[in-house]
Design a protein around this ligand. Structure first.
Ligand SMILES: Cc1cc2nc3c(=O)[nH]c(=O)nc-3n(C[C@H](O)[C@H](O)[C@H](O)COP(=O)(O)OP(=O)(O)OC[C@H]3O[C@@H](n4cnc5c(N)ncnc54)[C@H](O)[C@@H]3O)c2cc1C
Length: 487
């Protein structure tokens, strides 16, 4: 029998085990941001987490947080940006079907959000990393993180790097990574404000009054029910459903067997609890998709599909490549490079040296390579012929890779079999308004219920840029805290 998610009737509870004005389920990025703002608004705040401590996926993460509009860091490093420019990029890159109100609020609130983060003690080092990469190799504070400077977005909006990375020392993911360096000052800020936390406490069901108002929740701790009263509001901040196999099958089946950049605690609990109280959902099919390739190599080569054809500008954001491979190319991709390009790539710095594996095939000619790869005769050769003809003129009229990466392939060539090299996490979830109120299927807010982070549908409706999860989790987490505190 699956555990019940149905709301418990408020009238049936006589005694409460824990009590606060605002009760938050989940002590990751959305939860801690909600806690700080609720406490600052004068509420007594209690955070519950099913894990043994704070942090969630956020503390293990790469720490990229999407900020722009001309932040002090962008300006100090010589980059022009505006809220309008940021909004244009986000609308184009994170759709189709973005929530225009959320993107507008996010882009226009970004400067203030930057100040809020640094005011809580988050440090961004004044150094830019401009090479292709998944993460910065050192402690640089700014980088491109969503294909802003690659086709098609560089033609749609003025390119500006918006991936802000909290400074780390002696980088060690999960201990001294940038995600940890984002979470630590926020948690310390919450503690200073008197926010309490209870761990090993798993929120299971909401408690609702007869009129549907959320009055608290029931959690499980070591096999026992814990009844938690929320005098002003409950905030759900429990993360994605990447590790709920049934939900993945139902909503985002391309991710079956390939969860990544998520934690096992992301089992969709917050979504299910709220759904059982009538909450609406949005973009449940949307997924972030990482691609296990080295960006320094990909930019210098060509990526082809199972028909030997190019399908994306190879110098774009790796997450955009991942989505294209998994969703449009049946999870099949091959990287093709000549020897010179390969050697040049190996001479560069990367944060992902483990993606630099030896090639699967190597041959003297493209025709031989094509045959070794089992591609239909004439397909890869036609692709390379066309690529080379235009690359010789410094152009890529097919996919618009930037001129700096264009060079005809010549001499011995090699290919990497990258079929199935994708994994990711879910972006869909509860439908919330710009004030992080959870919306009922009838469109009205559910009284007393708020949510943020990956258990909601945030700024990403389809596309993704690194930093938008920590970004919208913290931005709309804050709003959830303010709304919940105002009762
Ligand atoms: C290796 C890695 C790298 C990443 N890199 C980046 C990056 O650079 N930039 C970026 O934007 N994103 C990145 N992400 C993704 C990002 O970390 C998450 O999407 C983000 O943390 C989601 O925020 P959240 O608050 O919704 O969830 P979390 O930060 O995971 O917090 C959710 C919390 O809820 C708790 N919880 C779950 N269920 C319950 C329950 N029933 N009751 C009580 N508590 C519960 C969990 O234990 C967890 O502590 C990365 C993730 C990983 C793992």
């Amino acid at each position: 029998m699956p555990e019940s998610r149905r709301p418990v009737a408020f009238a049936d509870i006589d005694t409460w085990d824990l009590e606060a004005d605002v009760v938050i389920a989940g002590h990751g990025i959305a939860g801690v941001s909600a806690a700080i703002e609720a406490a600052r608004a004068g509420a007594e705040v209690l955070i519950l987490d099913r894990a043994g401590g704070w942090g969630g996926a956020a503390a293990l993460s790469g720490g990229w947080i999407y900020l722009g509009g001309g932040t002090p860091l962008q300006r100090a490093l010589g980059f022009e940006d505006s809220a309008e420019n940021m909004e244009t990029f986000m609308t184009a890159a994170l759709g189709p079907g973005v929530d225009g109100g959320k993107i507008h609020a996010y882009a226009h609130g970004s400067l203030e959000h930057y100040d809020w983060l640094t005011g809580c003690g988050v440090v961004f080092k004044e150094e830019f990393w401009g090479e292709p990469g998944w993460e910065v190799p050192h402690d640089e504070g700014l980088g491109y993180s969503g294909g802003e400077n690659a086709s098609p977005f560089r033609e749609i909006a003025t390119p500006a790097p918006r991936g802000h990375i909290p400074q780390m020392t002696d980088k060690r993911t999960g201990v001294r990574g940038a995600g940890y360096m984002l979470m630590k000052p926020l948690v310390e800020t919450a503690e200073t404000l008197g926010v309490r936390a209870e761990y090993d406490t798993r929120a299971q069901r909401l408690v609702t009054a007869a009129d549907g108002t959320v009055e608290g929740l029931v959690a499980r701790r070591f096999g026992t029910d814990v009844r938690v009263r929320a005098r002003r509001g409950v905030v759900l901040a429990t993360g994605s459903f990447a590790y709920n196999a049934e939900m993945i099958e139902a909503y985002a089946p391309r991710l079956i067997g390939r969860p990544a950049a998520a934690i096992e605690e992301h089992d969709g609990a917050g979504i299910l609890m709220a759904q059982a109280a009538g909450a609406a959902l949005a973009h449940m099919d949307a997924t972030e998709v990482a691609f296990f390739g080295d960006p320094q190599m990909m930019a210098r080569g060509i990526l082809v599909n199972g028909r030997g054809q190019r399908f994306i500008a190879e110098d774009t954001y790796g997450g955009r490549i991942g989505q294209a491979v998994l969703i449009q190319q049946d999870n099949a991709a091959y990287l093709v490079m000549d020897m010179d390009a390969h050697e040049e790539a190996l001479g560069t710095e990367t944060s992902t040296p483990y993606f630099r594996q030896p090639p699967t095939w190597a041959a003297e000619t493209v025709a031989e390579l094509e045959s070794d790869m089992g591609l239909p005769a004439g397909t890869l050769t036609a692709t390379v012929d066309a690529y080379n003809r235009h690359a010789a003129d410094g152009a890529d009229p097919v996919l618009h890779k930037k001129a700096q990466w264009l060079r005809p392939l010549s001499g011995p060539v090699a290919a990497w079999d990258m079929r199935g090299f994708t994994a990711g996490f879910t972006l869909g979830g509860l439908r919330t308004d710009v004030d992080s109120r959870v919306l009922h299927v009838d469109g009205a807010p559910i009284p007393g219920l708020f949510a943020a982070g990956r258990c909601t549908s945030g700024v990403c409706a389809g596309g993704y840029a690194s930093g938008t999860s920590l970004g919208d989790g913290s931005f709309f987490g804050r709003r959830a805290g303010v709304s919940a505190a105002s009762g």
